[in-house]
Design a protein around this ligand. Structure first.
Ligand SMILES: *[C@@H]1O[C@H](CO)[C@@H](O)[C@H](O)[C@H]1NC(C)=O
Length: 501
């Protein structure tokens, strides 16, 4: 958006906020001092700044975001108290304004209706439970091998390969549709849906998220450019979700439904669910799958920056698994260093650093009144960077996981996927998938720094995007097969998978 649009809009906005906000009741919960109008300005990395205040104010404190008071929660124990013990009060998550305007709050992430939330969770939990995953073994293997062979063929394009392969995987598990490649229309629409959805959940991505009052401006007004976008996205996304669902429904009706979460739902418990829950939950699973993309891209960055960790994991895998097969999830218990890498990637730069909740009724926190609907920001990053639990927290150190007694207070699989009734239903599946892919990449490829035209190594910055879900900013690296044996292994695995399929 050009500055000449933003400036008048922002001035107009401050006036509106000032006029409407001055009478608003302030939270009593202690927190850092705020400036007039803007409140606590977060100019750097928001989740890091929001974590630092915990040193002074404890793990529950208040901040003010442009006139709106919010609570920040930075410890696992406080999060469990609120979202597990008081889950009836804190089970909701009010959609950001842009999410609501695009009608993106009907999936699980923001589902306001408790009954539909329960239905949707049931659907996805049933669909992605660990024993269900066995049905999808061939699909997971197919897309893992597709990723490996793309890395072999065009290593420089690894960021896109990860996105394509994982997007295709989600689409096939959700809808039973196998993408035919670059020209696959459903895969492209699915990718667009994921991109559009994730940009609406970035608090600062749209001015209307920060100042919902902007939505009262007419469409022609410079302060309301979001309206046109919202209208278009709502229509496109509604169409995509319905078309994808109808495709599976037709296939199931004619008896040639491929195994997928939707076909399973339609054949086994269609009558227990509202149709819109099926449509929206499956589409939400696609957006959830995007976190796997970002996590794997983060993993690649970690490997470039930490060759010593990569070597240790490679030695472990070659010693335990050997070099005549690829690692699978059944190797999890025998590869403690490699599982340490998986956990450390999730901890080092969690792809969802912050996510809000809202109490459905007034509550008391540490003796302070918190009114219904207050934004309660869960700071996952702070929990995974607690210096007491994770000394030298900013460092990527997979060995910390063999030094720690792993339990619910420190395991990223118990923290980064959320708490209580809103824990991610794809958690078990993601654990299996991340391990399988990460171990397979380490087993077959060496990832190192790219070189510039003069032969000098390029060290990529440890720099991440901003927004609701984050990943590394695009970077270069050098990817080559470990040996001729590794390329053969990939080729043979593809062969035998084809024969089996
Ligand atoms: C996503 O946004 C792009 C750009 O505005 C648009 O072309 C596309 O149709 C949208 N897709 C979906 C599925 O919402």
């Amino acid at each position: 958006m050009a500055n000449y649009v933003v400036l008048p809009a922002v001035s107009l906005l401050f006036l509106l906020v000032w006029l409407t906000g001055s009478k608003r009741r302030r939270l009593e919960t202690p927190g850092p001092r705020r400036l007039p109008l803007v409140g606590n300005l977060f100019t750097g990395i928001v989740h890091e700044q929001m974590a630092a205040f915990a040193n002074e104010f404890g793990s529950i404190f208040s901040v003010n975001l442009f006139g709106t008071d919010a609570i920040v929660v930075t410890s696992v124990s406080a999060a469990r108290e609120l979202f597990v013990k008081r889950s009836a009060t804190y089970a909701t998550r009010l959609p950001l304004k842009m999410v609501e305007l695009c009608n993106f709050h009907q999936g699980l992430l923001f589902q306001p209706d408790a009954n539909k939330l329960r239905q949707g969770r049931r659907l996805l939990l049933k669909g992605m439970a660990r024993r269900e995953l066995e049905q999808y073994q061939d699909i997971i293997q197919h897309h893992t091998l597709a990723l490996l062979s793309r890395l072999l063929a065009e290593p420089d394009d690894f960021m896109n390969h990860i996105q394509t392969s994982m997007g295709d995987l989600s689409l096939e598990i959700g809808y039973g549709h196998r993408s035919t490649g670059k020209d696959d229309v459903l895969a492209r629409r699915s990718k667009d849906w994921v991109t559009n959805f994730t940009s609406t959940i970035a608090f600062g991505g749209f001015l209307v998220n920060v100042f919902p009052i902007l939505d009262r401006l007419p469409e022609w007004c410079p302060g309301a450019p979001h309206k046109k976008t919202a209208n278009a996205w709502r229509k496109d996304a509604d169409n995509f979700r319905r078309d994808a669902y109808e495709m599976v429904k037709r296939a199931v009706n004619t008896g040639d439904g491929q195994p997928s979460i939707i076909s399973k739902t339609l054949t086994e418990f269609r009558h227990a669910l509202d149709e819109d829950v099926i449509i929206n939950s499956a589409a939400q699973m696609l957006t959830g799958g995007h976190t796997t993309v970002l996590t794997l891209q983060t993993f690649m960055l970690a490997m470039v920056l930490h060759p010593e960790a990569q070597e240790k994991a490679k030695e472990e895998i070659h010693r335990v698994v050997g070099s005549d097969r690829l690692p699978t999830f059944s190797d999890w218990d025998d590869l403690p260093y490699t599982t340490g890498i998986v956990r450390e990637v999730l901890r080092w730069h969690p792809v969802i650093p912050l996510l809000p909740r809202n109490p459905i009724q007034d509550d008391l926190l540490n003796g302070h009144f918190v009114p219904k609907d207050t934004m309660v920001i869960v700071n996952y990053w702070a929990m995974l960077h607690d210096e007491v639990i994770f000394p030298d927290h900013a460092a990527f150190r997979p060995e910390r996981w063999s030094e720690l007694k792993i339990d619910r207070t420190n395991d990223p699989f118990e923290i980064a996927f959320g708490f209580g009734r809103r824990v991610c239903p794809g958690r078990a599946a993601t654990k299996e998938l991340l391990f399988t892919i990460i171990a397979s990449i380490i087993a077959t490829f060496k990832i190192s720094k790219a070189k510039d035209a003069h032969g000098n190594e390029i060290t990529p910055p440890e720099e991440f995007t901003s927004g609701g879900v984050i990943g590394p900013v695009p970077f270069k690296c050098h990817i080559e097969p470990r040996s001729r044996v590794s390329s053969q292994l990939i080729a043979e695995s593809i062969q035998s998978a084809r024969i089996r399929a």
